[in-house]
Structures are given as structure tokens and as C-alpha cells.
Design a binder for this molecule. Structure first.
Ligand code: FUL
Length: 481
């Protein structure tokens, strides 16, 4: 009998542990840099170059440096606005397709150093770095792979040039949180005076793995964006629409920037083998660059709120472009809209109703994984079930009849993206009424539904790739529809 005691003890120990040990991670997982990126949610895109002064969207590459002459450029105003708007960072077009560089690159004369702005002594990247530091924002860079100014574009020498410029940007301007690789390649351009059409093969010419390794080496915490990642993917449109079904997963092998993948990029791949979440890039104006003729077409705060729901509310980050005008300032019209949008957002999510309320679930995994951990306000705790459960519900008891019209749900994505289907119901006259249904959740979804007065809200995970792991549920009564 004596020898069985240790065995019994060991059995009890493992049985006890297995009940309270966390689920194993499932499928592809986000890296630390991607986790940090998810949490940024909303940041500013700044499109600024010679186009601002020539009133174009795509410069041909033959613009004289002399045209670049902002009269009152102030990166502090950009950063202050971004901060006050509730954004977490700024990504700037260090070089757009026209090839003009906003920093004094050592590798070309086609830059601010030959412009009249500050007698050629200015450096917008440097100013913006300082401004971002002052306002507690992160900095990202867009370096257009297509360069309509460069004489060597289309040859191997251009790749050396491109990578040298990238090294400058990633070495001289502090920590960079995101590097943006655009997929556009239009063909014709100035190309050092050749004025011709140059076609490259998007799938091979840029030899992306080499460029990616430079970013990893110089800025290990920076995520790289392109149509095909490697870290963050384009959402497939420029109208601000995240996909309702949105997997952070992608089969990116064989994909490349500028390929014909727009249809896939919205949803991602349910069975994707890499974590490559979607970013929604969209402009506050019809164009990406400032045009006075579009002053009356700036998105309203209400429209920006819709964008927020169709991006952040659909498991995507929102990269909102706000282009400086010819003074080098964000225009007053845009600034007002951004700040009013912030107020709207604060009103929309003013009173969280679920925090700390009684929560119960149809099933849980044990002590450290109970329902109450989904509405405790702690993103590092979660409600989950035993491994063999892929459908379960959690009910939040609001205590009294309460008006509700929004739900926010988050998966604990450190353990993978799992949920494939869910529904939200409220108790009305002793009956459960469905108010929202959906497919994926991921980092975050926010769903609107018509105002209901109820005491109980139930989230049912209808299907999940593995046991659901829900880190957060919030409920709101917003003044909006
Ligand atoms: C596109 C570019 O061609 C536009 O000019 C803009 O920069 C947008 C963000 O990406 O591909």
C-alpha cells in the first residue's frame, strides 16, 4: 500500500493541475511586435511631398525641388493634433512614388536639401521624431518602392539605392514602429530624364526577403506592412472597410506587394499559417494629398465614427490619413473633424456597463478561468473552457434593467485566434432575443445593435477552432443609433 501513496499523490497533483492549466496555444500566434501593434489601434498617416504643391496625387518624378516650399511647416502641430485626437503614432511618406525625400538623404539630390524650405537645411523626419517624442507618439515610415525619379529604377542598382535609403530612415530617427511598403507600380515616369514606361515583375524584382532582413536587423520591434505582410496586411480597399469575417491569419507564401490579392486580404485565411492581421488605411479627404478643392469634402466626425466601427470594430487597426496643406500644417477643417470625432468616441463609449457585474458561464475550465475574468477589466485574464468544448455561453447579469446597444468582445490572442461564430442575446420578458450575430472576433470586435432594455446579456460562442478564450467583454449604452 505504501508504494501506492506517492503514485496516488502524483495522480492527484496532475489531475488537479490539468484542470487549471491554461489552454495550449492554437495555430499561428502574434509576435511581441504584432501584439504591441494591435494595441495601438488608431494612428495617423501623413501624405506630404511635392504633390502638395503641384496639386497631384502621383508625381511624375520630374518635379523641381524648388516647388517644395511649405511656409509654416510645424510637425509639433501634427503631433499635437494626433495626440489630442487619441491616436498612438504617425506614419509619414518619407518618399512617395515621385521620389522626393523629406529627409536629406545622402543618396540623392532629390530631397529637401535642394529645396528653398529652410534654405535646404530642413529635415522633416528629424522634426517629426522630436515632435512625436514630445507628445508621446510612435513614428512609422512609408518609403515608396516605386520611384519615378530614379534613373536606375528597374535595375539591380535601384535595390541598393532603396535599401540604402531604408537604412538611413531606420538608423537616424530613433525607434520606428511600422515600415510601410506600398504595392503601387504604375509604369511610366521621369526616371532621370528617360521619360518612359518601366515595367517590373512585382513578384521578383524587389527581392523582399533581403529588404525585410534589414528592417529586422535595424528595428526589431517594427512591424512591416504590405499587401502580403510579413507582419501586417493591407485590408484590400482604401475606403475604410474592414471585413466582418476577419482572420488575423494568412497564407502569405507566394503573395507579394502589388499582386492581385485584394479579395483575399479582407477576410484573410481561416486556415492561414502566419499571423498577419489587417490594417485599414483610409484618408480623411478623397485624395491622399492635400488639395484645396477638397476642403469641403473632409469626412465629418460622424463619418469618422462609422470608419472606426468598420475598422477597429472589425478586428483591424485604423491608419487615418490627414494630409498637411501647403503651409505644412494640418488644415483647420481636418483638425476640427478629428477632435470632434474624439469627443463623439468618448461619448459613444462613456459608461461601461459590464465591468464587475455577475458573470456566469455554461462551462469553464476551473478556478483561474471563470466567467468573471471576461469582465474584470484585466486584459491578461480570461474566461475559457476545457479543451474539448468549442461552444459555450457567458451571461452577464446587469443587476437592474439597463439600456444597452453596443458590445465589445476580445479574444486572448496570445493563445491564437479561435472563434468562428458567435451570437449576442438579451433577456426580454423571460425570452432570449438575438441582437447580433457574427463570425470571427480576434483582437477586438465592437458591434452595434438597436437599444434594448434588459437585465441579462448573453454571448454564445457558437463555434471555435479550439476552446474559446475570451479576455474581455464590454457593454455600452451609446447615444448613437
Ligand atoms: C497607394 C498609393 O498609390 C497612394 O498614393 C497612397 O500612398 C496609398 C496609401 O497607397 O498604393
Amino acid at each position: 500500500m505504501k508504494k501506492f501513496i506517492p503514485i496516488l499523490f502524483a495522480w492527484l497533483l496532475t489531475a488537479g493541475c490539468s484542470e487549471v492549466s491554461p489552454p495550449e496555444p492554437f495555430g499561428p500566434l502574434p509576435s511581441d511586435r504584432q501584439l504591441a501593434w494591435h494595441e495601438k489601434e488608431y494612428y495617423m498617416f501623413v501624405h506630404f511631398t511635392v504633390n502638395t504643391f503641384t496639386d497631384k496625387e502621383w508625381g511624375y518624378g520630374d518635379e523641381k525641388e524648388a516647388v517644395f516650399n511649405p511656409t509654416a511647416l510645424d510637425c509639433r502641430q501634427w503631433a499635437k493634433t494626433a495626440k489630442e485626437a487619441g491616436m498612438k503614432g504617425i506614419i509619414i511618406t518619407a518618399k512617395h512614388h515621385d521620389g522626393f525625400c523629406l529627409w536629406p538623404s545622402a543618396y540623392t539630390g532629390h530631397s529637401v536639401k535642394n529645396s528653398p524650405w529652410r534654405n535646404g537645411k530642413g529635415d522633416i523626419l528629424k522634426d517629426l521624431r522630436q515632435a512625436c517624442d514630445e507628445f508621446g507618439l510612435e513614428l512609422g515610415v512609408y518609403l515608396s518602392p516605386w520611384d519615378r525619379n530614379s534613373a536606375v529604377y528597374g535595375t539591380a542598382d535601384y535595390l541598393t539605392y532603396y535599401r540604402d535609403q531604408l537604412r538611413e530612415l531606420l538608423t537616424d530617427y530613433g525607434d520606428i514602429f511600422e515600415v510601410w511598403f506600398d504595392g503601387a507600380n504604375g509604369g511610366d515616369g521621369y526616371y532621370g530624364g528617360a521619360r518612359e514606361t518601366r515595367r517590373i515583375d512585382n513578384s521578383t524584382y524587389y527581392d523582399w526577403p533581403v529588404t525585410h532582413s534589414i528592417v529586422r536587423e535595424l528595428q526589431p520591434m517594427a512591424v512591416m506592412f504590405s499587401d502580403a505582410g510579413p507582419d501586417v496586411r493591407w485590408v484590400g480597399n482604401e475606403s475604410g472597410m474592414g471585413s466582418l469575417t476577419n482572420w488575423c491569419l494568412l497564407k502569405k507564401d507566394g503573395m507579394y506587394p502589388g499582386g492581385d490579392f485584394a479579395r483575399i486580404l479582407g477576410e484573410g485565411h481561416e486556415d492561414g499559417n502566419y499571423w498577419v492581421p489587417a490594417e485599414v488605411d483610409v484618408s480623411i479627404r478623397p485624395g491622399w494629398f492635400y488639395h484645396r478643392s477638397e476642403d469641403s469634402l473632409v469626412r465629418t466626425p460622424e463619418n469618422l465614427m462609422e470608419l472606426y466601427y468598420s475598422s477597429v470594430g472589425r478586428n483591424s487597426n485604423l491608419l487615418l490619413n490627414v494630409p498637411p496643406d501647403r503651409r505644412g500644417l494640418l488644415n483647420e477643417i481636418d483638425v476640427n473633424s478629428l477632435l470632434e470625432f474624439r469627443k463623439l468616441r468618448e461619448m459613444e463609449f462613456a459608461d461601461e456597463l459590464a465591468r464587475g457585474k455577475k458573470a456566469a458561464s455554461s462551462s469553464d475550465r476551473g478556478k483561474n478561468f471563470r466567467a468573471a475574468l471576461a469582465n474584470d477589466g484585466d486584459p491578461d485574464t480570461y474566461w475559457t473552457t476545457r479543451d474539448d468544448v468549442t461552444s459555450a455561453s457567458i451571461t452577464i447579469d446587469l443587476g437592474t434593467e439597463t439600456g444597452v446597444n453596443r458590445i465589445l468582445i476580445q479574444e486572448y490572442i496570445r493563445l491564437g485566434q479561435r472563434v468562428k461564430g458567435y451570437k449576442v442575446e438579451v433577456l426580454k420578458d423571460d425570452q432570449w432575443i438575438s441582437v447580433a450575430e457574427g463570425t470571427t472576433v480576434g483582437y477586438k470586435v465592437i458591434r452595434k445593435f438597436p437599444l434594448v432594455i434588459t437585465k441579462m446579456v448573453k454571448l454564445t460562442i457558437l463555434d471555435s477552432k479550439a476552446c474559446p478564450v475570451i479576455s474581455n467583454i464590454e457593454l455600452y449604452r451609446s447615444p448613437g443609433e
